[in-house]
Design a protein around this ligand. Structure first.
Ligand SMILES: NC(=O)c1ccc[n+]([C@@H]2O[C@H](COP(=O)([O-])OP(=O)(O)OC[C@H]3O[C@@H](n4cnc5c(N)ncnc54)[C@H](OP(=O)(O)O)[C@@H]3O)[C@@H](O)[C@H]2O)c1
Length: 236
């Protein structure tokens, strides 16, 4: 069902984006991943390519509309269509409002919120043509606020609202939109190093499975907002 469908994942070099890329390749999909850095994108392609040429790596910073448009053009030039877009790239800075710098605020909002706008604007026409699917990776921090989270909470609350409004805008064009809101996932987010002590957390491949489940739902049904959390976090 998914064989030869074409996907674009922003920020697919590690963590959740990489987990989604692997799940899609396992289904026979063609996948383009991005990174801020061409060397990191090339390394991911080297790691994942089984010789079939089903993965390409593109340097694109989601903060640049021009660069996102170029990434989508490169995918269309190579594979002729775009079926699934995963707006995943994101960062976090966590500090109380007294200590949060203007630069940290801007980086979080520019990547996590404006970056998704740039990816969405750049890919929407192609998604309308394919009757495709846009998935944004928000967070439980898009509904639960916490101390030191002002920038991250603002970006993810904003992203949840953005995604739901876009869903309403495009569903009559047969484009589906879902926002996934994960709790703790074992990734490199915020300089974390995954290790065995992360065993209780959601793993990137679990989000990969969720994405495959979403994009194989019957056309008539749309889980538009999905919260996913570790089933048994350590007791506080
Ligand atoms: N980990 C969690 O617990 C968790 C929970 C809820 C939501 N999330 C969300 O999940 C998403 C992925 O995070 P992760 O946990 O997988 O973190 P990660 O392991 O640090 O991976 C982040 C990915 O985003 C890319 N990236 C960062 N800034 C970018 C930019 N400006 N342009 C293009 N790519 C960029 C990175 O690529 P390069 O470094 O190669 O550029 C990397 O591939 C984020 O939106 C995050 O907010 C994470």
């Amino acid at each position: 069902m998914l064989k030869d469908k074409v996907a674009y994942i922003t920020g697919g070099t590690k963590g959740i984006g990489l987990g989604i890329a692997k799940a899609m390749l396992d289904q026979g999909m063609k996948v383009a991943i991005t990174s801020r850095n061409q060397t990191a994108a090339d390394q991911t392609v080297k790691d994942l390519d089984d010789g079939a040429g089903n993965i390409i790596g593109i340097a694109s910073d989601v903060r640049s509309m021009e660069s996102e448009k170029s990434a989508v053009k490169q995918i269309l030039d190579k594979w002729g269509k775009l079926d699934v877009v995963i707006a995943n790239a994101g960062v976090g800075h966590f500090a109380s409002i007294q200590d949060l710098t203007e630069q940290q605020w801007k980086e979080v909002i520019d990547i996590n919120l404006t970056g998704v706008f740039n990816t969405t604007k750049s890919s929407l026409e192609a998604l309308k043509n394919s009757k495709g699917y846009l998935i944004t990776i928000a967070s439980l921090a898009g509904t639960n606020f916490f101390a030191k989270g002002s920038a991250y909470n603002a970006s993810k609350f904003g992203l949840v609202g953005f995604s739901q409004a876009v869903m309403m805008d495009v569903r009559q064009d047969d484009v589906k939109v879902t926002t996934i809101m994960p709790g703790s996932v074992s990734t490199y987010f915020n300089n974390h190093q995954p290790s065995e002590t992360d065993a209780w957390k959601i793993q990137p491949e679990d989000i990969g499975k969720l994405v495959i489940d979403l994009i194989t739902m019957p056309a008539r049904s749309l889980p538009s907002k999905v919260e996913i959390r570790p089933s048994k976090p350590p007791k506080k």
